[in-house]
Design a protein around this ligand. Structure first.
Ligand SMILES: [Zn+2]
Length: 282
């Protein structure tokens, strides 16, 4: 049972790295130096430092190449650095071979900056593919966090287990937290869900997950806490990403004041205890 484990994760990408077909990352990326992203990361680091909280940061390889000092400042504060892909493409769009090449490249980039080999991976937009786990295992990674047991138009494996499980011999899968409502899995623990759900729903979800003895896995992006510095294309996209309830930064701070959080690496051995091997259907 893992009901005492609360895990905080961040996906470090820039404001235009959302997987919408109408958005071409490259058009933005050539003129982006990620300095506003770094300012947001600095604010996150200072919030965490004040509260002696450690987190896992899944960082894009391309951003790490351009902003190694950002990666270093995260690592120097004692947080875990993990992989989030080289750019931010869905795994099905880049395929197994390109994924392997890019992941090897990312491991080298982070190794070169921090002197440490990352242990974990989260796919951009939770775009897990059937081949992913054996590739990660062969590369020596210890865990994956690419499964979100919900149904959305972009991602999710709604019938995946809600608790950590082994997908390959020794490779631990750590699914993002969901709670059960009216027979369905509902997301709540970060991103747009945390921004739009009232405090009461979040509290209810947290309590339910804890009662079930499951770990809590939270996920945030810098642009969940503060407004995106750039303008997303399309009214619907802008509407969805601008939606929020109250001051998200304040609500985030309250959350980590209420629940003591850890990085994945610091509780990985605990997470592996008593966990079974399970198949996931895609
Ligand atoms: Zn992402």
């Amino acid at each position: 049972m893992h009901g005492h484990l609360n895990i905080l994760t961040f996906d470090i990408e820039d404001w235009y790295h959302i997987n919408y077909p109408q958005l071409d990352f490259k058009a933005f990326d050539c003129k982006e130096d990620h300095s506003s992203l770094f300012s947001a990361v600095k604010k996150i680091l200072s919030i965490l430092k004040e509260r002696k909280t450690k987190a896992t940061f899944f960082i894009l390889g391309r951003i790490a190449e351009k902003k190694p000092e950002m990666v270093l400042s995260i690592a120097e504060d004692g947080h875990e650095i993990a992989l989030h892909g080289y750019e931010h493409y869905l795994l099905k769009d880049i395929g197994e071979e390109r994924f392997k090449r890019e992941t090897e490249r990312c491991i080298k980039i982070f190794d070169g900056i921090t002197g440490k080999t990352p242990k974990g991976f989260r796919a951009p937009s939770w775009s897990a593919a059937q081949w992913l786990f054996s590739v990660l295992k062969k590369m020596g990674l210890e865990y994956d966090a690419s499964i979100f047991p919900v149904k959305t138009p972009l991602y999710g494996i709604p019938d995946a287990p809600r608790q950590p499980f082994f997908v390959e011999d020794g490779l631990l899968e750590i699914p993002t937290s969901v709670f059960r409502l009216a027979g369905k899995n509902i997301a709540f623990s970060g991103g747009v869900y945390f921004k739009i759900f009232p405090q009461l729903i979040i509290k209810r979800a947290v309590n339910q997950v804890k009662r079930e003895g499951l770990p809590l896995i939270f996920f945030f992006h810098p642009w969940d806490l503060w407004d995106r510095p750039g303008k997303l294309p399309g009214f619907k996209t802008r509407f969805m990403f601008n939606l929020k309830l109250g001051d998200v930064e304040k609500r985030f701070v309250k959350l980590i004041d209420t629940l003591p959080m850890n990085s994945i690496a610091s509780v990985l051995e605990d997470l592996k205890k008593g966990v079974e091997v399970k198949e996931v259907s895609f």
